[in-house]
Design a binder for this molecule. Structure first.
Ligand code: FE2
Length: 333
């Protein structure tokens, strides 16, 4: 605020954004922004404040409710400029066209996907991530890893994105445990922030898959932070997906430090799941969903809703049936 005010800019602070921001919060933010006739929205924080900033900026130039823009390419007019400043290394939202807004009435996480809401500027300063406690570092880092993995194997992956994804995976595999054991090490925090941004660029073009689609329900119904929910599902989803693209899963295993020489492609691909399990354990992720209180009886309902998420099912390298989604949930218990 001081640096902006010193340049004779008027600043209003909206600090009511909760984790997994709701429709109501975004609309309240937009009301404040309209009252002050703001020219720019700065999203400072983790994924939630940055996504809320994008959604608020959208409502400055587009009529109606934020719920009108749920989906892909529904935004008609460019939002007012958004500057994104991440304080976690995980979401990559600072470089993406996505804003995730929670519809608490329908109990759904809704995605707004439009280049009209992409930030015009991202400022990555690892100093801002130094104060993250270990669990937040682990959960948000696991989210970044899930972006790199899901984007890399997505049916819409691109050759350029693939390079970024593998770089992101190897950076996270080497730096995240150190970011937890040496929280004050700025060089390591910088690597994580860079890796998270790379993974954001990957999903920006390739999209995510069912790790995200399934994880949303663990967050909505059990309050698990987004990255933790993804981490708990990641090994089993990889296990299910790997037959669809063993070559890429082999590369993931290698990027995570496994030796694959002399192995068949399928053997090497399976090593990616082993590497992921070992890695998640190393960064302190609970062993399974049961440990965080997820109940067996809710899984069939979640699977039913996920099986209707056409967008994410299409992006996933192997298309699962409702029964298979339920089985992946059960195997993650
Ligand atoms: Fe994510």
């Amino acid at each position: 605020m001081d640096s902006l005010v010193s340049q004779n800019l008027r600043v209003e602070v909206f600090d009511k954004v909760e984790p997994d921001p709701s429709v109501e919060t975004v609309e309240e933010g937009a009301k404040v922004a309209k009252k002050c006739a703001v020219d720019v929205v700065i999203g400072l924080g983790g994924g939630s404040p940055m996504d809320a900033a994008k959604a608020i900026a959208l409502l400055m130039t587009n009529k109606g409710s934020i719920t009108d823009y749920f989906g892909t390419d529904k935004v008609k007019e460019p939002a007012i400029p958004v500057i994104a400043i991440p304080t976690t290394a995980g979401t990559g939202s600072e470089v993406t066209k996505y804003a995730v807004v929670t519809d608490r009435k329908k109990i759904l996480k809704q995605i707004i996907g439009s280049f009209h809401i992409s930030p015009v500027l991202a400022i990555l300063d690892p100093v801002l991530t130094l104060s993250m406690p270990a669990s937040l570092t682990a959960n948000t880092g696991a989210d970044a890893l899930s972006h790199a993995v899901e984007g890399y194997v997505s049916t819409q992956s691109t050759p350029v994105g693939d390079i970024l994804a593998l770089k992101s995976i190897s950076l996270i595999a080497e730096s995240l445990p150190e970011a937890i054991s040496q929280p004050g090490n700025l060089k390591i925090r910088e690597k994580m922030l860079f890796a998270s941004m790379l993974a954001g660029l990957v999903i920006n073009s390739a999209g995510a898959g069912i790790i995200h689609g399934m994880g949303y329900f663990i967050t909505l119904h059990y309050g698990a932070p987004h990255g933790l929910a993804n981490a708990l599902l990641m090994p089993e989803v990889m296990e299910f997906n790997l037959v669809a693209n063993p070559g890429k899963y082999k590369n993931i295993a290698e990027a995570m430090g496994k030796k694959v020489e002399g192995l068949s492609e399928n053997e090497a691909a399976r090593l990616s799941v082993v590497a992921m399990r070992e890695f998640l354990q190393k960064i302190g992720i609970p062993k399974n969903m049961k440990e965080i209180g997820v109940k067996e009886e809710s899984l069939a309902g979640f699977a039913k809703t996920v099986s209707k998420n056409e967008r994410l099912l299409t992006l996933n390298p192997r298309r699962p049936t409702r029964e298979e989604i339920e089985e992946i949930y059960r195997n993650s218990m």
